[in-house]
Structure formats: C-alpha cells, structure tokens
Design a binder for this molecule. Structure first.
Ligand code: BDP
Length: 326
C-alpha cells in the first residue's frame, strides 16, 4: 500500500517535472485605497482573474489601504521585487521614469478621453517602455479622473487665491514646482498623513479627484473644492519587469488579459464613483466652484515645462505628440 502511494507520488512529481509545470507563484500586491473604492474592487478582481486564467498557477494576495507602506516605498518594493504588483498613480513614478513624468505635467491632457487616446497610441508605448526599463511594467491603465484644489478657507478662482497657501502634493518636483509657480508653499507628504495635516493646519489645502477627496474624509476638514482640474494622471497595474519577463508567453498573455479586464471594470466603477462622491460631499455641505478662466493657471505653468525640458530635452517630442493628439 505504502509502496503504491510512494510510487504514484514519484510518478506525479516526475510528470510535473517533465511537463514543466512549476509550483504556484504566490504574488503580493499593494493598493493604497480603502474597501469599496473602485481600484480596490478592480484589484481584487484582477487577483481572481489571475487565478482563473492561469489555472491557479499564479495567485495574488492583495494588501489594501496602504498597509504595506506609502506609495513611494511600495513603488521601490515592486521595482526591487519585494512585492510583485501594485496599483500606482504615475505621479510618484515620474521621478524614477522620466518618460512617465510627461503625464504629470499640469494641463498636459485636455480631458480623460484624451489621456486614454494618448495611452493607447505610440505615446503610451513610449511611457510604458520607459517604466519597464526602470523595473515597473504597466500591464493596464486605470482612470483617476482629474485632480482639483481644495482647502479650508475660500474658493480658488485665480492663481492669486493660491498665494501663500500651504498645499500638500504627491512626491514629485513637477508638483512642488506647480504650487510654487502659483505662489503657494508646496508640501510633499504621504497620502495617509494628509487628513491630519489638513485638520491641524499643517497644510491649508491639497488636491485630488472626487473619489479620493471623499473616501479620505478630506472634505470634512477642507470644505472648498475648486474645479481647477490641473492634473489628469493615469494609474497602472504595474508588475516587476523581471517577474513578468520570467513568465512563459502563455502566462504573460494570461496576466495581461487579467489586468486589461480589471482595468475595464475599474473605469466603469470609476465613472459611477465620481458622481456618487461628488453628490456625497455636496450633500455634506462642501462648496464647489467652477473656475471660469483657467488660462492664468495654465500660463503660470510655463516655467514648470521649461524646467522639465531642461532636464529632459529628449522628451520634448513626446510632449508635443501628446499636445498634437486629438
Ligand atoms: C489618489 C491616487 C493615489 C495617490 C493619492 C495621493 O489614487 O494613488 O496616492 O491620490 O494624492 O487619487 O497621494
């Protein structure tokens, strides 16, 4: 009996080796958002699809709510292979991959559909290649809407309203430059710290899209939301480049397919959540204002673009390509 079992076990192991079936890969994934947020739901779906499409050969355990650390730290973790995947905003990736930084130039995209048209074109290809070279291969793009300013004191209508204001930004020189050119005091800070900083007056304001403004509770402590829509930055499901390259072509296709399906789901959920979040904060008493003339904000960004081109002269054509994309 024992012998029989041993024999069949040996046989099974031999078969596994012959057919090249590796033992399951257990991946770990990072996400900053809370339960119920579109990205959280879509990353969980990505994990399910990964198992389904790889017949369980790849499994992904998601860690939501930034429990595995801040976004800049997690970006490094995925690059170095400490984590396999993450849902990242391209803002904090720009300082690492210069081509990915084009999407963080203020007002570079006309609107979200324009951003996706660029990402689906050779522009997106160039951005993706630049990221993959730095160890972060984007499998698919998520929507993160447009970011606008909010603060606790008054509506913002002109750059003069930003003068002297302490504004939290994500870690990226383009964002500190953006606030400085408007006359404000930029304060780069981890996402998790912003609520307390707004509440205690360490900063006067911040900037984000509707869903994050709402899900973080920032609207409770910064009740003026001014529709500047100065940044439209995509997000990725990013994978460590070496992990991806080590997969068989079939596995690579399965992983990419899972990511793309997750992204389609995320974009639908995003559209719904933007409206729901806006209504929720307005019902809670947030004062929302349109900015009648955004031109002064756009014009103030000229030095930010100049500084970017000075450091990255070779990326001028990519920016021009974006601007020329209909
Ligand atoms: C949210 C992004 C998230 C960023 C956050 C921030 O989805 O990745 O960490 O903004 O402002 O919109 O830090």
């Amino acid at each position: 009996m024992f012998n029989k079992i041993t024999k069949s076990l040996v046989g099974a192991v031999a078969l596994t080796v012959i057919s090249g079936v590796a033992s399951a890969d257990n991946w770990r994934g990072w996400n900053i958002h809370v339960e119920g947020y579109p990205n959280t739901i879509a990353m969980d779906r990505f994990a399910e699809l990964l198992s389904e499409k790889t017949d369980g050969e790849i499994t992904l355990q998601m860690f939501h709510g930034g429990t595995l650390g801040s976004q800049p730290d997690a970006v490094e973790q995925v690059r170095l292979g400490g984590l396999e995947v993450g849902n990242f905003n391209l803002g904090p990736i720009g300082p690492i991959a210069a081509s990915a930084n084009v999407v963080s130039l203020p007002f570079v995209f006309k609107d979200v559909p324009h951003m996706f048209r660029v990402l689906d074109s050779e522009g997106g290809q160039a951005i993706a290649e630049g990221m993959a070279e730095k160890g972060l291969l984007p499998l698919a793009w998520y929507d993160a809407g447009a970011r606008s300013f909010y603060n606790g004191g008054k509506p913002i209508n002109t750059p003069a309203d930003v003068v002297g204001m302490k504004v939290r930004v994500m870690n990226n020189d383009l964002f500190t430059g953006m606030i400085a050119e408007l006359g404000g005091n930029p304060s780069p800070m981890a996402f998790a710290e912003v609520y307390q900083a707004l509440k205690t007056g360490v900063v006067d304001g911040a900037e984000n899209n509707w869903p994050s403004y709402e899900s973080t509770g920032h609207y409770e402590v910064a009740g003026y939301y001014s529709l500047s829509q100065h940044l439209i930055i995509p997000e990725c499901i990013c994978i460590n480049t070496d992990v991806y390259n080590a997969l068989s072509p079939e596995m690579q296709a399965a992983v990419t397919e899972a990511a793309k399906e997750s992204a389609l789901m995320q974009r639908d959920l995003w559209a719904e959540r933007e409206a729901v979040s806006r209504t929720a904060v307005e019902d809670a008493g947030v004062v929302v204002n349109e900015i009648a003339d955004k031109a002064p904000f756009q014009e103030a960004m000229a030095p930010v673009y100049e500084a970017y081109f000075e450091t990255n002269p070779d990326l001028r054509p990519l920016v021009e390509l974006i601007q020329a994309t209909e």
